[in-house]
Design a protein around this ligand. Structure first.
Ligand SMILES: *Cc1c(COP(=O)(O)O)cnc(C)c1O
Length: 493
């Protein structure tokens, strides 16, 4: 792998000296570290508009201080999500031209099927339009009303599909995952005692499968260790409970194992990923993340019965089992992305870029969730704005202020996202009150990250000039998408 690249970024690697350079002798001193630049060059550019602070002030007012309501054209650096926002490679774009748009039996389907078999090791695969399409199929087939589905922290669409089919999600992640300051290398791990307690309480026959996310999005892109995957497999095998992965960011998880888990330093990421998947019976996949495409997903499995049922249902909800709601060209791009994401120079740079941003913030004393995860840096808005009570929406205010300051778009993940309690009508008040700064894959350079870091640090230094917000419009459901706000006092930035 490109070890010089990843190591110099994390500051652990050997240092290269330009031994033959004549100037080196004249200017003695410690050898220079070689910076880790992007492992790609740019062949096609997408211009972004630069707008003034006054234009941004107008835009965020019109958007009701909600970054979801901004027009993408008014955003300078868009870090709202890493979902479907990746830049495809020249190889993937070339693949689009080889789309076989047959209604049945497209050659691109067979390429995708081969990629899933080779890389993940599952026998069968049904394409879907995106990850939630696969979650829909899996939940409908496997879950009976009254069932319990343990998982390492919930994800919005995953849990919604489980509940829609009469299941109850049970969080069995380790406690550290809920603590923004707990520095644990595998914060996505399952707490085996919690899982075992659930099995003993409700009985294995009430648990259709364990839902295992690698990495864990809602915990901040935190990985699961191989040791933990193996242990979950052992425990569930005793009780005959299948394990289904949410493989959305599985390549990033495999990279963390290589970096952090003893015994994996000399194994390839591809090999590590294959071992990870061997501890499960199948997976749902959102291709919009670690398959490096703008749309697509799939459900994979080893079980013949599950495959048959999935083929019957996919026709109703997505399309024929050989396209599942995707064009032939989409399947080709996804098949190619499945291999490309395993490039270890890419992964070292990818994870390194997220860390590069996080470490700049940590050095400046900005409160963020540690350790920095695989796809995003989370600002801890409670500690960032200690003067703003949670009921005045500190994370919402911070996301809006970040846009106002520099045109960077991030997302609230706190009290607004948590919605209201259905019984009492009061706000749900989550422990974590965060702003998620999510990095799309291969889209921005480290120079963009410098802009983001400077803006966040700038805001942190002026935090007293920013007040909380008042909610002036609240929709009945999923309020974070469309709620509108106003500052309680005029902001001094
Ligand atoms: C994005 C995501 C999904 C859902 O995938 P879509 O492609 O958006 O439907 C499921 N699980 C996790 C962890 C995700 O991040």
């Amino acid at each position: 792998m490109g070890s010089a690249m990843s190591d110099s970024r994390t500051g652990q690697g050997s240092v290269e000296t330009p031994s033959s350079a004549p100037a080196a002798a004249a200017c003695s001193g410690p050898p220079l570290r070689r910076p880790a630049a992007e492992p790609y060059r740019i062949k096609s550019v997408e211009p972004i508009k630069m707008i003034t602070r006054e234009q941004r002030r107008k835009a965020i007012q019109e958007a009701g201080y909600n970054t979801f309501l901004l027009r993408s054209e008014d955003v300078y650096i868009d870090l709202l999500t890493d979902s479907g926002t990746s830049a495809m490679s020249d190889n993937q774009w070339a693949g689009l031209m080889l789309g076989d748009e047959a209604y049945a039996g497209s050659r691109n389907f067979f390429n995708l099927e081969r990629a899933v078999r080779e890389v993940y090791g599952f026998k069968y695969m049904v394409p879907t339009h995106q990850g939630r399409g696969a979650e829909n199929l899996l939940s409908m087939i496997m879950i009976e009303p009254g069932d319990y589905i343990p998982g390492n922290m919930y994800f919005t669409t995953t849990r919604a599909h489980q509940e829609r089919n009469g299941g109850t999600f049970v969080d069995v992640i380790i406690d550290e995952a809920h603590d923004p300051t707990a520095d644990h290398p595998f914060k996505g791990n399952v707490d085996l005692a919690k899982l075992e307690a659930l099995i003993n309480r409700v009985g294995a026959e009430k648990i259709p499968y364990v839902s295992l996310a690698v990495t864990v999005n809602m915990a901040g892109g935190q990985p699961v260790s191989m040791e933990n995957l193996r242990a979950v497999r052992e425990l569930t095998r005793k009780h005959n409970i299948p394990v289904m992965f949410d493989a959305t960011r599985c390549a990033e998880n495999a990279f963390f194992i290589k970096e952090r888990e003893p015994g994996y330093q000399n194994r390839s990421v591809r090999d590590i990923l294959r071992e990870m998947m061997s501890y499960g019976d199948g997976c749902t996949m959102s291709g919009k993340k670690d398959c490096l495409v703008n749309i697509g997903g799939f459900l994979a499995m080893n079980d013949e019965w599950l495959f048959q049922r999935a083929k019957e249902l996919v026709v109703l909800f997505e399309g024929m089992p050989s396209y599942g709601g995707l064009a032939g060209r989409d399947m080709e791009a996804m098949a190619r992305g499945i291999y490309e994401v395993l490039d270890e120079d890419y992964l070292a740079w990818r994870i390194g870029q997220v860390r590069y941003l996080g470490e700049q913030l940590l050095r400046a004393g900005v409160p963020i969730i540690v350790p920095v995860g695989g796809h995003a840096v989370f600002l801890d808005a409670r500690r960032f704005f200690p003067h703003i009570p949670q009921d005045e929406f500190p994370a919402q205010a911070l996301a809006a202020a970040l846009y106002l300051d520099s045109g960077v778009r991030a997302m609230e993940r706190g009290i607004v996202s948590a919605g209201r309690n259905k019984q009492t009508g009061d706000h749900n008040r989550p422990k974590l009150e965060m702003v998620r700064i999510t990095i799309p894959r291969r889209v921005y350079t480290d120079r963009h990250m410098d802009v983001v870091a400077a803006s966040v640090i700038n805001l942190y230094r002026q935090r007293d000039k920013i007040s909380g917000l008042r909610m002036v419009y609240e929709p009945p459901t999923l309020r974070f998408f469309t709620a509108r706000f106003e500052p309680l006092r005029e902001w001094g930035i």
